[in-house]
Design a protein around this ligand. Structure first.
Ligand code: NAD
Length: 345
């Protein structure tokens, strides 16, 4: 499936600050921006300075929980921010203070620094914030639910989801006040996540493919074995990684006027797969030897978190805004093939 081409970079955007750029989604989105927009310059920031991506990038080290760091980074020249820094769901449960500091305070620091630029220079920075499906929870958001993100109340059941929901509201309000031009994206699980496993409860979804394709063992934490009914009944909402990166760039370049006056939040489209479809894709691409590296061990903590994540969403609004969706029949398989191809390069 090919998607329509992305719009040009708006003429006022020359330099983009990417925070959390040493992480998976930040680094891959940075590469895509450099490929798509030959004139763009990037400032890549993380706790440790990220790897340079060439002469159109500057790299910085800094902890964004420090408001001064956020102010210095934005400085005079940044026209847009893609804010990827985050503490994932597992670690946010284990370390409440750190989760809140990074998932809320560091984003507020960036928003405050951008507001200062608006108030002193009249420049409105485009601000893309990344949220996730963990903002949902409660009775209407069981795995079997089909959720309309525009009308479903947010009852997050994790500290990660709570922090993401709070940061979404900040972004909406700073946009409503005119301090920034904000866009906040609830990403589905990004598949297949390359590199090291993350501390997200959903980390196993990529792990079951990523590790065995590299000859390493992986655990499926939602079933006791291939015959467990959970293999067919636990729906997982995800998107092919390349589609996610494309949707993030779309959020940056789409016109602000397309959003309703009351919200800058978008549920990025995904597709629903089951654990069975994941292991079947693994066998198809990696053969029986890869499949044999998967073991099964139910993890109550993972299951508890997964049970508050809906398995399917109504994407009408997001598609109307120009975001794109993988083909439900082929999307996951393509994600696995992308990952395998990446291993050879
Ligand atoms: N990967 C997914 O499936 C997924 C799904 C939904 C939402 N998200 C969100 O997307 C964003 C990026 O995810 P990812 O998978 O690339 O995560 P990642 O863990 O690979 O990257 C996050 C980066 O943030 C950096 N960071 C943490 N604290 C920081 C601080 N105080 N100052 C500066 N940098 C700091 C980390 O060093 C890390 O490099 C996160 O906000 C995450 O919550 C990801």
């Amino acid at each position: 499936m090919s998607f329509p081409p992305l719009a040009s970079l708006p003429s006022h955007i020359h330099k983009i600050l990417i925070t959390g750029a040493g992480g998976y989604v930040g680094a891959e989105t940075a590469k895509l921006l450099l490929e798509l927009y030959p004139g763009v310059k990037l400032v890549l920031c993380d706790l440790k300075a990220p790897q340079s991506l060439g002469d159109r990038t500057e790299t910085r080290a800094g902890d964004l929980c420090n408001a001064k760091v956020a102010e210095q980074l934005i400085g005079d020249e940044v026209d847009a921010i893609l804010a990827f820094q985050g503490i994932m769901s597992g670690q946010s449960e284990a370390n409440h203070a750190l989760g809140y500091a990074v998932n809320i305070d560091s984003h507020k620091n960036l928003l405050e620094a951008a507001k200062k630029v608006f108030e002193t220079k009249g420049k409105k920075i485009t601000f893309v914030h990344i949220s996730g499906l963990a903002v949902f929870g409660g009775e209407r958001c069981k795995p079997e639910a089909f959720v309309d993100p525009m009308t479903t109340p947010l009852f997050p059941e994790t500290s990660y989801g709570t922090a993401k929901a709070i940061a979404e509201l900040y972004l909406n309000d700073y946009s409503r006040k005119g301090y920034v031009d904000g866009r906040t994206l609830r990403l589905p699980t990004v598949a297949i996540r390359a590199g090291a496993p993350s501390s997200a409860a959903s980390s196993f979804i990529s792990g079951i493919i990523r590790e065995p394709l590299q000859g390493l063992p992986a655990v499926c934490p939602v079933a006791t074995g291939p015959n467990d009914p959970a293999m067919d009944t636990v729906p997982i909402y995800l998107s092919r990684a390349s589609t996610v990166f494309r949707n993030i760039v779309h959020a940056l370049v789409m016109p602000a006027e397309k959003f309703p006056s009351y919200s800058r939040t978008v549920g990025v489209p995904g597709i629903t797969v089951t654990p069975r479809q994941i292991v079947e894709a693994l066998e198809k691409v990696g053969g029986k030897q890869a499949l044999d590296l998967v073991t099964y061990e139910k993890d109550p903590k993972v299951i508890h978190i997964m049970q508050s994540w809906p398995g399917a969403f109504d994407n009408t609004v997001a598609l109307g805004l120009g975001f794109v969706q993988d083909d439900p029949k082929t999307g996951f398989m393509l994600a696995v093939e992308d990952f395998k191809a990446g291993l050879k390069t």
